[in-house]
Design a binder for this molecule. Structure first.
Ligand SMILES: Nc1ncnc2c1ncn2[C@@H]1O[C@H](COP(=O)(O)OP(=O)(O)OP(=O)(O)O)[C@@H](O)[C@H]1O
Length: 600
């Protein structure tokens, strides 16, 4: 080739440092080259007015030297199809424009490249990671298939990862709509060793051909090699048609079984996307909600800080199988070294006391404190005065007690929506104190003095660190560092919900707790459990009578609420108590609660 021609061609291939989209008027700065494809190059791109970062896919125009091998109309079809899609697991298409030499596509920037890059660094991936990635891919693929679009080139290098490690299906250059028969034109396209038997037999792609490709992906990421490795094409195609691949004997039975289902030579025998998610591989194994970026180059440990790791290792399989905990806490005699750590502290009262034995507590009997715990950063008061809430609780209990004379019975009271914790689990010797609120929310005050709550109805997670302010997250955007605590919270929640169900407790309609409601302190004795909340509510729950006594509000708005088994819960304002007094029974309960608080 003449040097002048070569120079001319090279200059036509160069992409300008600044590009203007004539349609939108936006001006972009081209960044570094990210990679090259067969017909394209990809650059980092910055919008000059917003500083937003994109990926720029640059395809030479047909007619220009570099575009001469590209099938006619391919890039136009890709733009028409890709620009109509919008899904969190599909690389977003932000716009396109062209100049004399190139067609430009402005795409969502996926800063952690693709699964092909991850696998190159890692050789194989762990099953939990694979489930995580495949869930994203399946979600994006379901969106495509619902629109009768087959991707036709599903492979690791087309599964992109953004900075948050979310997976995105990209490169829709071969994607096509299926006709009324469910087939595409009978062309042989795609990556040869991921082609489905019906495609190599020239019967055309269907959605089930994409499912086959997922089988190839699954096999490749778990074993490190594709199921149909490079070989002379006729031999490889024959193996594909026969579904003949090296048996990955070292994989788990669930993984092998799913691979066999996906790589069924008969497309009709392959699972649908929904059936795929119901497969044991997905339902019986742990799937992380997120992956740390370090998993691009080294296996994530899914390890959690001690002492939570022991619990999570032992119950990890159960943690996410919501409410399917067969034996949340194993009695001591059942716990060999493996089960060690699963027995609760001796503070689960349940409905074990027969009604005939539910006598009022002995106000003069000995009271001893078994355990207690406190929030490290107490939002209710100055950091150095952690006893303030105890003093406030004593004052309020005393106010109720002193309000009026001893009466033969409690004042009639009224129904009043008072938040309390009808059930709890004290596992503070190892992890924390979990409680379920009457509004359906649940929370744990951890041993390290932090607090995490799961708030209904949206399932927002509110976390109060040892130092600093309350943070709220959705389950999706929980930071990895809080994963272990969230797992403990969920574990406790499942257990407490199951207990409430077994006890037949009916949730009463109730205004939800404020997001920042926290348990400040708890005191556990054999007779009474005391909970001090950040809104000044004091709950005393009594083991003998199974009664809960809740003092809420402050000053003249103080209220005493009594919840007793088999009775309607009633609430009295301080004014009513002053006029009518309360029964000896209630006074005994109040006395006992006070004595426990005064012990501290
Ligand atoms: N949205 C994106 N964000 C970040 N990197 C991307 C993005 N799209 C593509 N890339 C990177 O750019 C390179 C070229 O990608 P492109 O899709 O143009 O070609 P390819 O898929 O590698 O090859 P072919 O076009 O032959 O299938 C790849 O290395 C890919 O990792």
């Amino acid at each position: 080739m003449e040097p002048a021609t070569r120079r001319r061609r090279r200059s036509r291939q160069l992409v300008a440092a600044f590009l203007r989209d004539p349609g939108s008027g936006r001006v972009y700065r081209r960044g570094k080259l990210i990679g090259k494809g067969a017909f394209s190059r990809c650059y980092k791109l910055t919008d000059m007015s917003t500083s937003a970062v994109f990926a720029l896919k640059v395809v030479p125009r047909s007619g220009s030297g570099a575009g001469r091998l590209r099938p006619r109309g391919k890039v136009e079809r890709e733009i028409a199809l890709h620009s109509s899609l919008r899904h969190r697991n599909i690389v977003a298409f932000h716009g396109h424009f062209a100049d004399r030499d190139h067609v430009y596509m402005v795409l969502e920037y996926c800063g952690r490249q693709s699964l092909a890059h991850v696998l190159k660094a890692r050789q194989t991936l762990t099953e939990p990671e694979v489930r995580y990635y495949l869930r994203g891919v399946i979600s994006g693929l379901r969106y495509l298939h619902q629109r009768r679009i087959v991707h036709r080139d599903l492979k690791l290098s087309n599964f992109f990862l953004n900075n948050n490690m979310e997976v995105k299906i990209g490169d829709l250059g071969l994607a096509a709509r299926v006709g009324p028969s469910g087939h595409c034109h009978r062309v042989l396209c795609g990556t040869p060793n991921f082609l489905a038997p019906e495609v190599v037999s020239r019967n055309g792609h269907t959605c089930q051909s994409d499912i086959w490709a997922l089988g190839c992906v699954l096999y490749t990421v778990l074993t490190g090699s594709p199921p149909f490795p490079a070989a002379p094409l006729p031999e490889m195609y024959q193996n594909i048609r026969d579904g003949h691949y090296p048996e990955p004997a070292h994989l788990s039975p669930n993984a092998r079984h799913l691979i066999a289902r996906l790589l069924a030579p008969n497309p009709a025998e392959r699972p649908s996307l929904d059936q795929l998610l119901q497969d044991d591989f997905f339902t019986q194994g742990f799937t992380p909600e997120r992956l740390p970026p370090c998993s691009c180059h080294s296996p994530p440990s899914f390890a959690v800080p001690r002492p939570l790791d022991g619990l999570l290792r032992k119950v990890g399989r159960l943690l996410l199988a919501e409410c399917r905990l067969p034996r949340p806490f194993i009695p001591k005699e059942d716990s060999g070294p493996e089960a060690e750590g699963l027995e609760p502290d001796p503070m689960e009262w349940g409905n074990k006391v027969p009604a005939s034995e539910r006598r009022a507590p002995d106000p003069e009997g000995p009271v001893c404190l078994l355990t207690q715990g406190a929030l490290r950063s107490d939002p209710a008061g100055p950091e150095d005065s952690p006893q303030l809430e105890v003093e406030a609780a004593i004052r309020n209990l005393q106010l109720c007690l002193d309000a009026g004379p001893e009466a033969t019975q409690d004042p009639p009271g009224e129904q009043w929506p008072v938040l309390c914790a009808p059930t709890w689990v004290d596992y503070s010797s190892k992890y924390g104190f979990g409680y379920q609120l009457s509004d359906g929310g649940s929370a744990v005050l951890f041993r390290d003095g932090t607090h995490m709550a799961l708030r209904p109805p949206g399932g927002q997670v509110c976390y109060l660190p040892a130092r600093g302010k309350l943070k709220a997250f959705t389950l999706r955007d929980m930071p990895n560092s809080l994963g272990a605590k969230l797992a403990v919270l969920r574990f406790f929640t499942c257990y407490m919900q199951r207990r409430l169900r077994e006890e037949g407790a009916q949730p009463a309609p109730q205004p939800p707790a404020a997001p920042d409601l926290c348990l400040l302190r708890f005191f556990v004795s054999p007779q009474v459990l005391l909970l001090l909340f950040s809104d000044d509510t004091v709950q005393a729950s009594f083991s003998r009578t199974q009664a809960h006594l809740v003092v809420s509000g402050a000053g003249e708005d103080l209220r005493l609420t009594l919840r007793q088994p088999g009775r309607r819960s009633v609430s009295c304002a301080l004014r009513a108590l002053r006029m009518r007094g309360c029964s000896a029974n209630t006074r005994q309960h109040l006395h006992l609660a006070l004595r426990l608080l005064q012990l501290r």
